[in-house]
Ligand binder design. Structure first.
Ligand code: THU
Length: 132
């Protein structure tokens, strides 16, 4: 699985977005160290707060598919180059992705910027805290 293929998986997921209200399709794809890819798109609901983000859909597929060590995440949006995950999705991604997992942002042609989970959520609420 190359990063180009991860980008393609995010693009294919974005094509399945249900975003009739914002008309802002987003796709996300999560890669695990054993080469599995879990993708998702944003899903909107007419009662607006009930919709959810592409990253959240991808995470649901990841968990239901058995999980694994996350190495890379790619987020893409049709109408915005380098669409960064919202605050809630950063915390959701951090629930499962290690601090050194790479987050790839894109334009319409491919990955343009790469950062780590630690960089996008530097002071996140840590999952270990409740087990202390
Ligand atoms: N959205 C995502 O899916 N991921 C993000 O990181 C940012 C925003 C979606 C939510 C909503 O369906 C649309 O983009 C407009 O906010």
């Amino acid at each position: 699985m190359t990063l180009d293929e991860l980008f393609s998986a995010a693009r294919e997921a974005m094509a399945k977005s249900h975003s009739p209200y914002s008309k802002f399709p987003v796709g996300a794809a999560i890669l695990t160290e054993d080469g599995q890819v879990f993708a998702g798109a944003n899903m909107e609901v007419v009662a607006f707060p009930e919709g959810w983000c592409a990253e959240t859909s991808a995470l649901a597929h990841y968990v239901m598919g058995g999980g694994g060590q996350i190495t890379d995440i790619c987020v893409t949006a049709e109408r915005l180059d380098e669409c960064t995950p919202c605050g809630g999705c950063r915390q959701r991604l951090a629930e499962f992705a290690p601090a050194d997992a790479r987050l790839h942002l894109t334009d319409q042609k491919g990955i343009t910027k790469t950062m780590t989970m630690a960089e996008i959520l530097p002071l996140g609420f840590k999952t270990e805290i409740l087990s202390k």
